[in-house]
Design a protein around this ligand. Structure first.
Ligand SMILES: CC(C)(COP(=O)(O)OP(=O)(O)OC[C@H]1O[C@@H](n2cnc3c(N)ncnc32)[C@H](O)[C@@H]1OP(=O)(O)O)[C@@H](O)C(=O)NCCC(=O)NCCS
Length: 273
């Protein structure tokens, strides 16, 4: 079951931070005066922000961080949550995803790719990726793509069946406002529901924003390959970052292909995460 950190807006304008596997049920409890002493008598109460997390521990840590955020930052998160929506990628989204990613192929070493696949090949890659793991998009109200996050099998050998490599890219003018956390939280929560055990990310050195995001989401740096890629006139290293989604405790259940995941659980993460 996914976990969520959330903010409830009270009638007096204050924002209360909590965590729950079901923020809407929790909101009902707050409204009934049973959620928390703070929210009692402060109605009307509305859900102002929620963020999916792959574990209770991570949702608790996010709740603690939300409580400490300055009010202006809490309000900015609420604004984004209201105006930007998570969705699953479809074939018709491929041109926008390709365009967003293409900027990094050309201008950045965040990806070691130096050329962009053609439109048809890219669309095939999107639909094949989405058939195995969540391929998440974040769009604004006009339908503009702000970012995407997806996962692929880490290695093909059978024993790696419980491991994925995660990928995330925001539009180059959309970074630094909590969208990375939002997309990654939802992606990791859904991967955990599928039964994935380990998420790995390959992060260019240097890439402070990506390192910051992975650290914030609980990943740990597990290894470094110095000066392993040459792009746009410079050499770059690569860090392998890892996050344990499920502990290595006995024989693992098979990973559920994403399209077979419980629909209600997926809808909950997309609607609230
Ligand atoms: C990496 C990326 C996805 C992060 O998304 P984002 O929306 O900018 O990150 P968020 O605002 O959600 O911040 C997440 C955490 O990272 C930290 N962070 C973000 N940008 C940072 C920066 N430039 N330097 C240091 N830390 C940074 C934040 O402090 C935050 O931690 P906190 O909430 O505990 O303060 C985004 O910057 C991006 O798309 N970059 C270009 C593509 C890329 O590098 N993709 C990853 C390839 S491995």
């Amino acid at each position: 079951m996914s976990q969520f950190a959330y903010l409830v807006r009270c009638g007096d304008g204050s924002l209360y931070a909590g965590y729950s596997p079901d923020p809407l049920a929790r909101l009902a409890a707050h409204r009934a005066g049973k959620g928390a002493r703070y929210t009692r008598g402060r109605g009307p109460l509305t859900l102002a922000f929620a963020q999916a997390m792959p574990s209770r521990g991570m949702a608790l840590r996010r709740e603690a961080a939300l409580k400490k955020l300055p009010r202006a930052q809490k309000l900015a998160l609420c604004e984004g949550w209201k105006n930007e929506r998570l969705s699953l990628a479809r074939a018709e989204d491929a041109p926008a995803i390709r365009q967003l990613y293409g900027w990094y192929v050309e201008h950045s070493a965040a990806t070691f790719a130096t050329s962009l696949p053609g439109g048809e090949e890219y669309a095939r890659w999107v639909t094949e990726s989405a058939a195995a793991y969540p391929f998440l998009l974040l769009k604004d109200r006009t339908g503009r793509l702000l970012g995407f996050a997806c996962a692929h099998r880490w290695k093909e050998r059978e024993a790696y069946a419980w491991d994925v490599e995660t990928t995330i890219y925001l539009a180059h003018d959309a970074a630094g406002a909590g969208r990375g956390r939002r997309l990654y939280g939802a992606l990791l929560a859904l991967l955990e529901l599928q039964g994935v055990h380990n998420a790995y990310a390959l992060v260019t050195i240097p890439n402070p924003a990506s390192e910051g995001l992975h650290r914030a989401m609980g990943f740990a740096m597990q290894g470094v390959q110095p000066d392993t890629g040459y792009k746009n006139g410079s050499w770059y290293g690569l860090g392998t970052w890892g996050l344990v989604l499920r502990p290595a405790d006995g024989a693992p259940a098979p990973v559920v292909p994403f399209p077979q995941l419980d629909d209600a659980a997926v809808r909950q993460v997309l609607a609230l995460g």
